[in-house]
Design a protein around this ligand. Structure first.
Ligand SMILES: [Zn+2]
Length: 198
């Protein structure tokens, strides 16, 4: 089966923060990031649970954050980028950061200068180009509500690490929601209109 590839989002990713509950260790920022926008890091630092991708909308900006062990990962970008793309990127960076710096992070006193994590800028610059395509797929479904063909992006791990199939996912668009069921081959097995609250 043929999958669509995602159009580049690299110029739509605005910033990435990596830190702990107390401090931001590292910030990567795009030149496209809106100058006036400041994210309140404590929102992510105080996330109630680990291993949950939290989603936020702030004006034209989407933010996704994740707590894992003692670390906090935040990514933000343009509202047009699907949440699953941010999740794929955040997941990649969380794994990569621990892979590169994990041993050193045991000793917090080594982590003093802003230059310490400098090399991670290159990791991010490469990842925002490659990871969305590498670690996710675009599926295709018809929405009976708006009569359009929609193209939700699904991060691969969501399907590959699932224990039950098909995997349900809600695709929000144009003010309504489509509940999709994705099988292990990334095929859409069902699509229902669902109501939204919250
Ligand atoms: Zn629709």
């Amino acid at each position: 089966m043929v999958f669509h590839s995602i159009t580049s989002v690299s110029d739509k990713i605005y910033f990435i923060h990596i830190g702990t509950k107390e401090d931001i260790y590292f910030t990567w920022k795009s030149k496209n990031s809106p100058k006036a926008f400041i994210f309140d890091y404590s929102i992510a630092a105080n996330a109630p649970q680990s291993e949950i991708y939290y989603h936020l909308n702030k004006g034209d900006i989407k933010i996704v954050y994740l707590k894992r062990d003692k670390l906090v990962f935040v990514i933000a970008g343009d509202i047009s980028v699907q949440f699953q793309v941010f999740e794929a990127l955040l997941e990649f960076h969380a794994v990569k950061f621990v892979e590169i710096y994990g041993d050193m992070l045991q000793d917090i006193f080594d982590v003093g200068t802003p230059d310490f994590f400098k090399a991670f800028h290159d990791v991010i610059n490469e990842a925002i180009i490659e990871i969305p395509n590498q670690n996710g797929k675009i599926v295709e479904a018809r929405c009976r509500s708006c009569q359009r063909v929609v193209y939700p992006y699904i991060r691969k791990s969501l399907i590959e690490e699932s224990e039950d199939f098909p995997v349900p996912i809600v695709y929000m668009h144009e003010g309504h929601a489509l509940l999709l069921y994705i099988d292990r081959d990334f095929k859409v097995r069902g699509a229902e209109i669902v109501s939204i609250t919250g």
